[in-house]
Design a protein around this ligand. Structure first.
Ligand code: ADP
Ligand code: ZN
Ligand code: ZN
Length: 746
């Protein structure tokens, strides 16, 4: 027998299966990890198939050295998924296989943790043996502790007897005690015991939703889009579905945006399903991630709750995948291979016979359109669990504030409402999707703007904390520099700072409400592991009355005492140069607004904007998803934007501007020539353009792109195929990336 192995090396020379002989007595299966010789080295690889024939001449055939685990690390369904992804994204199988395994497993970077155990040897009477230990009290005590005959962790014995190791070794040599090891799992929430909870009586809307979804779930069928307003109790619906899946002997994945995967959220699942719950997110240590993965693979954990990459969790008998907040961009991977977790969820459900549930208070335009077309069954929950209306939204026209002489970033109304909120002992959340203090710095005399030396963006001013000095930071590459004392261009002393970020909001809060404690959450304040958990729990416990943050605080959070939500500048996302700007703005405003009035007290929302008459802002103020969908869908249709069309591009990056531009030109010419020769394809292409990318330089690399807009149709596949092939063109000076409907077009 022979095994076909994909080696874990990313290089075009080895991007094909290699054949190895299987030594006698070894029984590899597809999906098992193996160690194999490759040239002069030994490398890790994954068996993708077995056969009894081999075209390699016997003299050149080499043997598998070892199996790395006694089980297939990549399950058959996941192997098929890796193959499908490699094909669709035109990337080597070795790369997509890597998605299926925890990084720490490769090259055995982290080992399974072994715990030493001690057990009374068979046929030993503890009391008799203890009485013969003469002067050693320690050995006698240990024998008595082990009298029950069961294995005890040495660590546990060490809490009762100081330093038992040497005494245990002597007992073991005397044949009285048996020493061994057991594998233990590093659990992420070890010091947070799961408090068992029972489901509450469900609301009639929750019951109605389940009445639609549970019957297909029993048969592993159905794809649903749950549109449930904020606070409608969607999580409780997932919990009921997971319970049913477990009762059927199957397993479930619940995908949640990383940021919404709070201890509270995890607690809901662990409270209901205990140790059968596994958690996967980026803040785990390598050891914890490896062990959670192994608990899942070995079947101990049947419910996986996790961020984007948890979609690859190695569960068998998959019964359900839930994608919470399905509209979130975080489900698009930003690293190669760039996958969309929602697409993978669909593929897994279809292949493995599981039910798919996409869920959101503001479904993506694409998913809602698919539901209208019948690809998903639409299920709606349009009222809140607490029976209250959604909090009313008041728009404030910031142009008038300025005209009335208010130069604060807080409108008069927001200031009044904040005061009333704090006076009544409630909490407020303030949202601004921009961090730092000022977002650009320029010279009043000549207009010079301070830009990053490596990137084509303006630098942001960050105020120093306590004794730290102020500095300018690049939000693309992290480069820092001191704020200029004089203009580097004309020498003028008049430097001006524009645009406000979260630090400015924080300062304004302190100025207006010196006695109110605030917490600021953005990338700058949440660098440390678990920092944002700590901040959220401080806020929940009332240690602060105001929470200021970027989009980090927009989603999923459930704070009962928040009655006021302020959106400091709704226009920020609206003015982004992206066809999704309106969708994002609507989602953000609706999501943040949804944080108010979730418990007994009613809530209110104040949205500050310079464009109060904009249809998107108006729809967001009404919190009327359907109205927004209808207007946005129409706009996409007339403007020929996705989902009516598809946007694809080849992005070229190079340290040399000329090389990037020349390569970009060649790519454009190749595509243009192909379209000329293929009129049927040409008709699918609405736009083909070669340009510099909107952000012309990042981290010292110049960026150009060839942009295409195509009619969304299966027939467009050959053009995408061509882009995939062109991205493989190798050039010493340029990197080329093919992107289809990318998350951003910067
Ligand atoms: P959503 O995700 O839809 O915004 P959540 O799932 O966070 O809403 O639920 C909002 C709040 O309502 C949570 O505190 C949750 O515990 C509570 N809740 C959900 N369902 C019920 C129910 N049937 N009875 C009582 N409380 C519920
Ligand atoms: Zn100047
Ligand atoms: Zn930079």
């Amino acid at each position: 027998m022979f095994a076909h192995v994909i080696v874990d090396v990313v290089h075009s020379n080895v991007a094909k299966p290699f054949t190895y002989r299987i030594p006698d007595g070894m029984a590899p299966e597809p999906g098992m990890r193996v160690r194999v010789p490759l040239g002069a080295r030994q490398v890790e690889g994954i068996v993708i198939g077995l056969s009894d024939q081999c075209e390699v001449p016997p003299a050149r055939l080499r043997s598998i050295k070892a199996l790395l685990e006694p089980y297939a690390a990549v399950l058959p369904a996941m192997l098929a998924l890796a193959q499908e992804l490699a094909l669709e994204d035109h990337c080597p199988l070795s790369e997509t296989l890597r998605l299926m395994l925890p990084a720490a497993m490769r090259q055995s970077r982290v080992q399974a943790k072994q715990e030493p155990l001690a057990q009374l040897a068979a046929n030993v009477d503890a009391e008799t043996a203890a009485s013969k230990q003469g002067r050693s009290q320690k050995r006698a005590t240990l024998l008595r502790l082990l009298a029950d005959g069961r294995p005890h962790p040495v660590a546990e014995l060490a809490t009762l007897v100081t330093a038992p190791q040497e005494a245990l070794r002597q007992l073991s040599e005397a044949g009285l005690v048996h020493l061994s090891f057991r594998e233990v799992f590093r659990l992420p929430y070890e010091d947070m015991p799961a408090v068992p909870t029972a489901p509450p009586p469900l609301t009639s809307e929750q019951q109605a939703a389940l009445a639609i979804m549970l019957p297909p779930l029993t048969h592993g069928e159905g794809a649903f889009l749950l549109h449930g307003v904020t606070g409608s109790g969607k999580t409780e619906v997932y919990l009921a579905m997971v319970q049913q899946v477990l009762d059927l002997g199957k397993s479930a994945i619940i995908l949640v945006p990383e940021i919404a995967l709070t201890p509270q959220m995890v607690g809901w699942f662990r409270g209901r399903f205990g140790e059968r719950t596994a958690v996967l997110h980026s803040r785990l240590t390598d050891g914890q991630r490896l062990d959670e993965w192994r608990r899942i693979r070995l079947g101990d954990a049947r419910v996986v709750i996790g961020a984007r990459s948890a979609i690859f969790a190695p569960l068998e008998k998959l019964g359900l995948i839930v994608v919470d907040e399905e509209h979130e961009q975080t489900y698009l991977s930003d690293k190669h291979p760039r996958y969309d977790a929602r697409r993978i969820a669909r593929s897994r459900c279809a292949r493995e016979g599981a039910t798919l549930l996409l869920s959101s208070a503001t479904p993506s335009i694409l998913s809602f359109a698919m539901a209208k077309r019948g690809d998903y069954t639409l299920v709606e929950m349009l009222s809140r669990v607490n029976g209250r209306d959604l909090p009313p939204v008041t728009l404030v026209d910031m142009r008038r504030e300025l005209a009335a002489g208010n130069r604060s970033i807080f409108s008069q109304l927001l200031q009044q409402r904040l005061k009333a909120c704090f006076d009544s002992g409630q909490q407020a959340m303030l949202f601004l999707n921009r961090r730092g203090y000022n977002t650009f710095v320029s010279c009043r005399n000549c207009g010079y703007v301070v830009r990053c030396a490596q990137c084509d963006v303006s630098m942001t001013l960050h105020k120093g904390s306590q004794d730290g000095a102020d500095e300018l930071r690049c939000h693309f590459c992290g480069a820092t520099q001191l704020p200029p004392a004089v203009c580097p261009e004309c020498g003028s002393k008049y430097i001006r700072y524009f645009g406000s970020g979260t630090q400015k909001v924080e300062e304004e809060m302190r100025r207006l409400f010196p006695n109110v404690n605030t917490i600021r959450m953005d990338i700058d304040t949440t660098q440390q592991r678990d920092a944002h958990y700590r901040m959220l729990s401080d806020f929940r416990e009332g240690k602060a009355q105001a929470l200021i943050g970027t989009q980090m605080i927009a989603k999923g959070l459930d704070f009962p005492h928040v009655t006021l939500v302020g959106v400091v500048a709704a226009d920020l996302t609206l003015n982004l140069p992206d066809y999704r700007a309106q969708e994002r703005t609507f989602q953000l405003v609706t999501q943040v607004a949804g944080r108010a009035g979730r418990a007994d007290a009613s809530g209110e929302v104040i949205v500050q904007t310079y464009q109060p008459e904009h249809p998107c802002i108006l729809a967001a103020a009404q919190q009327d998803y359907r109205a927004f969908f209808t207007q946005e869908f129409q706009r996409r249709r007339t403007g020929l934007y996705p989902p009516f069309t598809m946007i694809a591009r080849l992005l070229v990056e190079s340290e040399q501007a000329d090389a990037a531009e020349a390569m970009n030109g060649r790519l454009y010419d190749t595509i243009a020539a192909y379209l000329q020769a293929h009129p049927a394809q040409q008709r699918r292409v609405l736009l083909l353009r070669a340009d510099c990318a909107p952000v012309q330089r990042i981290r010292g690399k110049f960026r150009f792109h060839v942009l295409l807009k195509l009619f969304e149709h299966a027939d467009a596949q050959p053009v995408l195929q061509l882009l995939g092939e062109l991205a493989q063109v190798s050039d010493p000076h340029c990197q080329i990336y093919a992107e289809v409907n990318p998350a951003t077009l910067i």
